[in-house]
Design a protein around this ligand. Structure first.
Ligand SMILES: C[S@@+](CC[C@H](N)C(=O)[O-])C[C@H]1O[C@@H](n2cnc3c(N)ncnc32)[C@H](O)[C@@H]1O
Length: 272
């Protein structure tokens, strides 16, 4: 009798633990970004032969990642344009405090900002309100559908200082020394070519310009986001700290509930 009671209690306990784990993962799965763009691994491996062996590949990997690894972390799937509704969700301000994020950036009228991986432009528009008509937000994205959604929104709202801009997987296609601030909100971890992108972003910055990473805190297991879509501050610093990028860490702002804001400044090159 005691044996059956103990066994039933044990089974119930395991069932409850299982339900808790599954519901936790599910909550984050449903709230999280759908992945629809899977790059061809064969093509990527082929291309990688010319990228100095910077990337490695593994068939066994996180299902939310692309099986391609950079400096010890797996690169995540790109969020498809079908997930734009998730970026626009009504709970986002409460979960991510976007207005506080924009305030933390200390924007000034007249600035040129590149919102890299702008998606449907939620943050581009918030920033555009702060920089006046002389300022400009270049909203860069690799997906035409996202840019189309953004254009429609800008027209509807009569926003004139946000410019949709098509980027490529390896480059945001920005002019050198033209940008005061490059912002990446929940984007960097899904760059297929993070090294090449950062090199180009650094080139696009004016000396003293800033590049800002806003990533879900991987250090915090309570942040309900899939693992490969999170980054530790240490990892961000490791990747942005490569000497050829010419970036210097300035500060990490910890005011947001789920993300850290990691800020780097472009150094003057020796010839300047
Ligand atoms: C999760 S969404 C974030 C959108 C926006 N930053 C926001 O927080 O509302 C990531 C976006 O980055 C874009 N993206 C991914 N790789 C990119 C790249 N190499 N250059 C520009 N955009 C990229 C995707 O197309 C997608 O729209």
């Amino acid at each position: 009798m005691t044996y059956f009671v103990t066994r039933t209690v044990n089974r119930l306990a395991w069932l409850l633990i299982g339900m808790f784990v599954v519901s936790g993962v599910h909550a984050e799965d449903t709230a999280n970004k759908p992945a629809t763009k899977k790059p061809s691994t064969a093509k990527t491996e082929e291309e990688d032969k010319t990228s100095g062996g910077r990337y490695s590949f593994n068939r066994i990997h996180d299902p939310n990642g692309i099986g391609k690894f950079y400096m010890g972390r797996e690169i995540a799937h790109v969020m498809g344009w079908q997930g734009a509704g998730w970026l626009e969700r009504s709970t986002r301000e409460e979960e991510e405090r976007l207005t506080l994020l924009v305030k933390s950036l200390r924007l000034k009228p007249g600035m040129t900002i590149a919102d890299i991986g702008a998606g449907s432009g939620v943050i581009s528009i918030l920033m555009a309100e702060q920089i006046g008509n002389e300022g400009k937000v270049i909203a860069v994205d690799v997906q035409d559908e996202m840019l189309k959604l953004l254009r429609t929104k800008l027209e509807k709202r009569g926003v004139r200082n946000v410019v949709p801009h098509k980027g490529k997987a390896k480059t945001p296609q920005l002019k050198p020394n033209s940008v005061d601030l490059a912002l990446m909100v929940d984007v960097y971890h899904e760059f297929e070519y993070p090294y090449e992108m950062l090199l180009e972003i650094s080139r696009s910055l004016k000396p003293g310009g800033r590049v800002v990473f806003v990533e879900y805190r991987k250090e915090d297991p309570t942040v309900p986001i899939k693992l490969v879509h999170k980054m530790t501050e240490k990892q961000v610093k490791k990747e942005a700290g490569l000497p050829e990028l010419n970036l210097k860490w300035k500060e990490t702002i910890g005011v947001l509930p789920r993300q850290h804001i990691v800020v780097f400044e472009k150094q003057k090159s020796k010839s300047e």
